[in-house]
Write a protein that binds this ligand. Structure first.
Ligand code: F6R
Length: 604
């Protein structure tokens, strides 16, 4: 949450800062701002709302200067107002921040006793004011910054510029990601240096990137970058070359990133499939060779939001195929549970961004306590990937729409491959069944392509549902977590109250909500469970529900292709995505940047 950029450049930076922020806007869009160092002063510009408001304000009057920092905000402390927008300037210090400073109230009271009064409600201005205060009590800037970091409790990525120091940016990382990008060095060894919350922000400027580790801080000068760890020791962090493919970010012919990302799924899934299976031999390719599921007594799947629903759904597959108990939990709950561990668990953290604070903390806390920690991520250089013993990259490419789509299906495919590997490692999956499952998995990109062709019908259905105030989704077995994901997609982008229930649970309470005309959407189960689901459909229809059945049967309102159960799951996932998308479009909501949300949840 919140995006940070910084540039220590050789030409004006205002426009480039805004370009970097554009690529980070998915992290928050409550306000945006930049600060540019101009000679001895620092020029701060801020605007409430989307980045476009800042861009318009700068169009006729951009600040000049070669060094600057920028921020796009997702409000935590204090409403989305101009006063609370970053950068925050106090005395000589101008600072941007991503994260939450947990002891901000104590630090604010201490400042008040010192006679320092702040203008905003933010935790960030507290940090700026403390740094300004410490400058007067320290021998060097480095000293003052180190003292500030010692005072802060919580999570932060910080970037700071100073009045009177025209060629300097300080940055720090604790719990919130921060990358440093290096430009082409000149003959004298000096170069442009860039700072960003992720490599995506740095893409227009460089592909040479270092990631700070927790506790690191850095002083960026025009001729050198000095990085220190939490003990103050000077250290080097590897410089990685980031693949160009990671950086392609545009909508193509589509009106929204979300639609483009939904439509990309046949490609993203084919790409992933190519790394996971040998379709000719109907077998798995070697993967995660160092991980042996035969030695595990349990698999623990940790994630948040959509990624959690991918885990929930995959838990059915893993238990069925690998015959091993699977525990799933929301990372935000798991991290505070006093859970018994045997040390033989294989923990799998699933995260598109690889930066979700709760997932990262839950995984980090398990170091040395479990047999292995795997990450299923879309960003192989992310924090979650870097603390894991092994990673499985879903290779979906940048997902910019706030609602996760292609990452969800990529996570499902990766988790299915893990189920197959676990079944084989444990000797419980016959060659025949493995071959059949791989063959079915291989058909998924094609089936997803077929489902995408249902868009006009789904659009028509969506227009009918758009005026609803509540929508219920029902499913059994894997269709239950799928229904949960369908409801999440619907509520986050259409703002319609949507809930999902296990179809068999309906009579235990939720059916009381069904009235004449209440939309109830049911995913048909291929196979023997279908009769049970059909009874549940009849029960809601008898109470006046506006019933929408989805599945391959000829009496379904929306007919999908009749295929095996795995391919059906992917097909339903795409139907759910398109349905939410078209309802949101019909309602005219901001599909790619829905209210109150941000793509990467880097605070608790
Ligand atoms: C919903 C959505 C969120 C994310 C969740 C976890 O459409 O995108 O629920 O799935 O915030 O994010 P990652 O996968 O980045 O850990």
């Amino acid at each position: 949450m919140c995006g940070i950029v910084g540039i220590l450049g050789r030409s004006d930076v205002a426009e480039r800062l805004v370009n970097g922020l554009k690529r980070l806007e998915y992290r928050g869009y409550d306000s945006a701002g930049i600060a540019v160092v101009n000679g001895k002063s620092v020029d701060v510009r801020r605007a409430v709302g989307k980045l476009d408001n800042l861009t318009s304000a700068l169009a006729t009057d951009a600040p000049e200067g070669w060094v600057g920092i920028g921020h796009t905000r997702w409000a935590t402390h204090g409403a989305a107002t101009q006063t609370n927008a970053h950068p925050h300037k106090v005395g000589l210090v101008t600072l941007v921040h991503n994260g939450i400073i947990e002891n901000h109230a104590d630090l604010r009271s201490e400042l008040e006793t010192l006679g320092v009064h702040l203008s905003s409600e933010t935790d960030t201005e507290v940090a700026a004011a403390w740094l300004n205060h410490l400058l007067g009590r320290s021998k060097t800037l480095d000293d003052a910054f180190q003292k500030l970091l010692d005072k802060l409790v919580g999570s932060y990525a910080l970037a700071v510029v100073f009045e009177g120091y025209p060629e300097l940016i300080f940055v720090a990382r604790q719990g919130s990601p921060l990358a440093i990008g290096y430009g082409q060095p000149d003959a004298d060894g000096s170069m442009e240096v860039f700072v960003g919350s992720d490599a995506l922000a740095l893409a227009p400027f460089t592909d040479q990137v270092s990631y700070l580790e927790d506790g690191d801080w850095a002083a960026i000068h025009s001729d050198r970058v000095e990085i220190f760890n939490r003990n103050g020791a000077k250290i080097a962090r590897d410089v990685l070359t980031i693949a160009a493919q990671d950086f392609v970010v545009d909508k193509g012919p589509w009106p929204h990133y979300m639609r483009k990302e939904i439509e990309e799924q046949p490609d993203s899934l084919s790409r992933l499939l190519g790394t996971l299976v040998d379709s000719g031999a109907a077998n798995l390719k070697p993967c995660l060779e160092g991980i042996d599921f035969a030695k595990a007594d349990r698999i623990v799947l940790l994630a948040c939001g959509t990624a959690h629903y991918a885990c929930h759904l995959a838990s059915y597959w893993i238990e069925d195929i690998a015959r091993i108990p699977v525990e799933i939990d929301l990372a935000s709950e798991y991290r505070y549970r006093n859970r018994p561990l045997t040390g033989r668990e294989i923990v799998i953290a699933v995260s598109q961004s690889g930066e979700t604070a709760d997932t990262l903390s839950a995984l980090t806390a398990l170091a040395d306590q479990v047999a292995a920690r795997l990450a299923v991520v879309n960003v192989p250089t992310s924090s979650i990937a870097r603390v894991s013993d092994a990673i499985l990259n879903i290779q979906a490419g940048p997902e910019i729409g706030v609602a996760s789509t292609k990452a969800f299906t990529g996570q499902l495919m990766a988790l299915m491959a893990l189920a197959l590997k676990a079944g084989r490692d444990r000797g419980v999956l016959s060659e025949d069944r493995l071959g059949a499952l791989v063959t079915e998995l291989t058909s998924v990109p094609r089936i997803v392509g077929d489902t995408l062709r249902l868009a006009p019908e789904i659009d028509a259905l969506a227009r009918r549902l758009a005026p609803a105030s509540d929508i219920y989704f029902l499913g059994r077995d894997v269709n239950y977590p799928l229904a949960l994901e369908a409801a999440l997609k619907m509520k986050e982008i259409s703002y319609i109250h949507a809930e999902a229930y296990a179809a068999g649970e309906l009579k235990h309470g939720p059916i009381a909500l069904v009235e004449d005309g209440t939309p109830v959407i049911i995913f048909e189960n291929p196979g023997e469970l279908n009769e049970k689901t059909a009874s549940n459909a009849a029960e809601v229809a008898a109470r006046g529900a506006d019933l929408v059945t989805i599945g391959p049967s000829k009496n379904c309102a929306l007919r999908t292709t009749a295929v095996g159960p795995i391919a059906t799951t992917f097909s339903y996932a795409v139907v759910a995505q398109l349905l939410a998308y078209f309802v949101a479009v019909a309602k005219g909501t901001d599909v790619d940047q829905p209210r109150n949300l941000a793509k990467s949840v880097t605070v608790e």
